[in-house]
Design a protein around this ligand. Sequence first.
Ligand SMILES: Nc1ncnc2c1ncn2[C@@H]1O[C@H](COP(=O)(O)OP(=O)(O)O)[C@@H](O)[C@H]1O
Ligand SMILES: C=C(OP(=O)(O)O)C(=O)O
Ligand SMILES: [Mn+2]
Length: 536
Amino acid sequence: METFGVHNQAIELATIGFSDVRSVRYNLSAALLYEESIRRGEAELTAQGALRATTGQHTGRSPRDKFVVRDENTDGQIWWDNNKPMSPEHFALLHKDMLAHAAGKDLFVQDLVGGADAGHALPTRVVTEFAWHSLFIRNLLIRPKAETLASFAPKLTIIDLPSFKADPERYGCRTETVIACDLTNGIVLIAGTSYAGEMKKSVFTVLNYLLPAKGVMPMHCSANVGPAGDAAVFFGLSGTGKTTLSADPARTLIGDDEHGWGENGIFNFEGGCYAKTIRLSAEAEPEIYATTQRFGTVLENVVLNENREPDFDDASLTENTRCAYPMDFIPNASETGLAPHPKTIIMLTADAFGVMPPIAKLTPDQAMYHFLSGYTAKVAGTEKGVTEPEATFSTCFGAPFMPRHPAEYGNLLKELIGRHGVECWLVNTGWTGGAYGIGKRMPIKATRALLTAALSGELAKVELRADPNFGFAVPVAVEGVDTGILDPRSTWADKQAYDAQAEKLISMFIANFAKFENHVDGGVRDAAPGIKVAAE
Ligand SMILES: Nc1ncnc2c1ncn2[C@@H]1O[C@H](COP(=O)(O)OP(=O)(O)O)[C@@H](O)[C@H]1O
Ligand SMILES: C=C(OP(=O)(O)O)C(=O)O
Ligand SMILES: [Mn+2]
């Protein structure tokens, strides 16, 4: 077996079961990974110097193909209603067959870290079949200092072999795609998908399992910090604006997707960002746009024209086009990934029903209600004639990544919000002036202006009114923002249609929350929508 690159000789791949691999390239830099990716025909250079790859059939995550090994350690810890169990025997067989599948192949290894707080860091080794996956994960996670690589000791190993097709009969999985997590031994196996996001969200899943046991709250959120040390976190499901809104020239970016909240404040799990690029505009998102026009960034499923220039309006491969870049490609990004205890929590939702106001102040009970609900709405987007949005309730704003019961995360968050006196806001980045199909998406400019006012403390001083459906407090007027958009009902031409839509959304919230009723106290139950109206 030929090996290249600096690494810990004591834990070469040969020592962890890869006996017949042809070559292993450890910790290659971006330039070398570009050369390897292009030479192998995995990816192409863009006109501006980014590296572009496509992923074939899978252009997003495969949550239904994700499994957690059920053993005596995990059995009592995992929320099995939300996680699919895999037997240790099935996992061992899958592991063995994947090791055998690697025979004769050239593999790539990156030794990286998940978790910027040294006290909670998870050294992670990522073994990939594709050179471009090696660059992706090198961009996304924290790169340890070069001089530490020779003694690197991973606590998590990810084996990512997209060309391995899993046999459901043999491994107890669902399709030929599988993401199998052995939380006890720190091994994640990824097969049958080339979507690079699976790797980063696997690290997140493992940290979401490990950290609550240490009293640290893991969060599916972006984070930034103002000049006065006023940190903010932005919870939200995919597409709600975590990445877009955390890139703010007036604030230092901490991270765009995954953070922990521990005794010293908040810390990024990652060392890079993974932004959506569909219809990306230089005007609305200048910092993110700039990352796509340079060496080092990975473009995933972005269509290139004949001059190899990206066409961000082309959704022919997927709506979920992406770019992946290290943190320092964003000007004003933190070098440490650390920030003080947050002053503000923003819960983002993209309400395609157009019912929710663009911003609302939440009491701690309302914050807990909305955290456990995890509401957003999906739009069909590409399907013609589909005007009806689909509600999604994903608890903790990230159910696919949460191995433990939501009450564990909820209780941790509640305690931290109380202890640090955190202000909470709900922000709707979705539709205004009608539901999807009739109204339009909230202008990014308006959302940014409202966030700036909330984060500066200015919004806490303005007059607030209670939303008749949800009970939370909505600003009546905000300087620099069109007053009309603050009251969603007033933006609808047809008020009866608004009321009917609101009623529908409320009943979905109530039906969804039934499973949490016995896990929360009366205050949180009373934060449900509709209740206030009925009582008055
Ligand atoms: N008002 C808005 N706020 C935030 N994003 C918006 C808004 N309007 C449109 N968008 C678009 O929605 C998408 C939000 O995606 P992103 O920030 O990547 O979400 P997340 O990181 O939460 O998955 C981006 O493509 C952005 O351009
Ligand atoms: C990487 C992802 O996260 P997000 O969409 O929240 O940015 C994903 O869902 O694949
Ligand atoms: Mn994101």
